[in-house]
Design a protein around this ligand. Structure first.
Ligand SMILES: [Zn+2]
Length: 511
């Protein structure tokens, strides 16, 4: 360790334990502290977590949670580095809510090779040159929320690596809230569960998560970029595959289509107009994304994706793609029947469909075969979230109180919040003040972290005034469509921001 690095680390650890820190300092220091633990996940590793850095960070978070005064037995790190903690509430009838962030950073950015060197700017407006040599500049013009960062700090890497604000900013906010609630037992609230998950970026974060280990009624995942964003819905997703394996006849004289030909006939059905790259906003799509040799038996496989925000549209997509598969298979069966007139030794082609795991028949290794599979992958969380209008209204009110303009978005992907919602815990994913994630010009605004902290804080307090039974009952009784664009009073973010800092300083002045 060079002297320079040593001094840097000492400075950070000293500042973390200074008691007179403002809320903003705490958030920034925590972001730095977590970001310098390199937690890039790894697609090629079969274990969870997929990287050692995540184990290290999980252990440190657990230690830090205990240092807030949370009893040791209420903080656990399991074998897969999921961190769970309970901050006991003092309002018995209130719902239990969970707050979550993820441990890993993305392996999809090929420059995410080591822990970042972090730059913190006192931001007064204008462009920020992150790295002159590499030509990485944050421009006010190109970053719509940079203006809202004026008067606070902007945190970036030195441009050579990822910063990892996704999701270390969310983590810093969740940990700072955990500290606030653990150290201020008089604040009225129900039980609060803290959950940190590994391997989100490689799609594995919810694979070992259950309703039983989250142990909450409602929740927030702090993992959305931007300022004010809240994910109110996501795609319904169904995945399809089409596999063909044939008998062999000499090419040139053969009357039967090759497996390659069969699969390409299937994917030739997918219209360009419906392809993902031609669709946006609230459009769904039907597209194929891989076409390759599948095994050493001459099998060829294509995979496709069906995505739609609407269940009825999705049903139409499924019918359509199933018809393409059926027609392709019928043509192949007809070609084989015709060829068998000349070559009786040819076997019959079997056509098997596997819909959500239900197979229409069986086949052996020796059979020429076409297998079409269709499997629902995830659903639009809105179908469940809309049944809990009180929960949503409390979030809207928390945004209003924080003076933050709410940006409800329809996400064209799945998410942890969606998976957890389908486990039976209605969950929204909200902003953390991190921007341009997965890129070298990633940046985090300290003011926007404060805003996210405050929205979440107010939501926890508001939930503390609710009756758990009544809120859960709503899900059985309602079915109202929430208005995805709430009308928000004029945001007065800067005034509220100062009040939050003062309120926080006051809460901690007695400690
Ligand atoms: Zn993330």
């Amino acid at each position: 360790m060079t002297k320079k690095i040593f001094t840097f680390l000492t400075l950070i650890s000293l500042s973390v334990f200074l008691s007179a820190q403002t809320l903003e300092d705490k958030l920034v220091n925590r972001l730095r502290k977590y970001a310098i633990v390199y937690t890039c996940s790894d697609y090629d590793c079969e274990t969870v977590p997929s990287s050692n850095g995540q184990k290290i960070l999980a252990a440190r978070l657990a230690e830090e949670l205990i240092s807030f005064g949370i009893p040791k037995e209420d903080v656990t790190v399991d074998d897969h580095s999921y961190v769970y903690a309970t901050i006991k509430g003092n309002v018995k009838i209130a719902p239990t809510i969970f707050l979550s962030a993820h441990l890993d950073t993305t392996p999809d950015a090929d420059f995410n090779t080591k822990a970042p060197i972090i730059h913190v700017y006192d931001y007064k407006g204008g462009d920020i040159v992150i790295n002159k040599e590499l030509g990485i500049v944050l421009t006010e013009e190109g970053n719509e929320f940079l203006h809202d960062a004026i008067g606070g700090k902007v945190i970036t890497s030195n441009g050579e690596t990822l910063l990892g604000g996704d999701d270390k900013a969310g983590m810093a906010i969740v940990m700072t809230l955990a500290e606030t609630f653990a150290k201020n037992p008089n604040l009225p609230h129900g039980d609060i569960r803290i959950v940190f998950t590994p391997d989100e970026e490689i799609g594995n974060s919810t694979s070992l998560l259950t309703k039983e280990n989250i142990k909450a009624d409602f929740g927030l995942v702090l993992d959305s970029h931007g300022f004010g964003r809240i994910v109110v819905e996501n795609f319904n997703a169904t995945d399809v595959s089409f596999y063909a394996r044939g008998d062999s006849e000499a090419p040139g004289t053969s009357m039967i289509p090759t497996p390659h030909r069969i699969v390409s006939d299937f994917i030739a059905n997918f219209p360009k107009e419906m392809a993902a790259y031609n669709r946006s906003g609230m459009d769904g799509y039907v597209d194929h994304h891989s076409f390759r040799s599948a095994d050493d038996k001459g099998g060829v496989l294509a995979r496709g994706r069906l995505r739609s925000f609407y269940l009825d549209e999705m049903a139409g997509f499924k019918d359509l793609v199933k018809q393409w598969a059926d027609k392709t298979a019928q043509d192949v069966i007809a070609a084989y029947d015709e060829a068998r007139k000349k070559n009786p030794a040819l076997k019959e082609v079997k056509y098997i469909t596997v819909i959500n795991g239900q197979a229409s028949g069986t086949y052996s290794d020796a059979d020429p075969v076409i297998v079409f599979t269709m499997k629902d992958s995830y659903f639009n969380a809105k179908e469940i979230l809309k049944k809990y209008p009180t929960n949503y209204n409390l979030i809207v009110q928390a945004y209003e109180k924080a003076g933050v303009k709410m940006y409800p978005v329809s996400s064209r992907a799945g998410s942890d919040a969606c998976d957890i919602t389908y486990m039976g815990i209605p969950t929204y994913n909200i902003f953390t003040g991190s921007h341009n994630e997965h890129s070298r010009d990633e940046w985090v605004s300290s003011k926007q972290m404060v805003a996210s902290y405050n929205v979440t804080y107010d939501y926890v307090i508001a939930m503390g005034q609710q009756d758990r039974t009544k809120m859960l009952q709503e899900g059985q009784e309602h079915g109202e469509v929430i208005n995805p664009v709430p009308t928000i009073s004029t945001p007065a973010f800067n005034e509220v921001y100062q009040q939050v800092l003062d309120k926080y300083a006051l809460a901690f002045s007695n400690l």
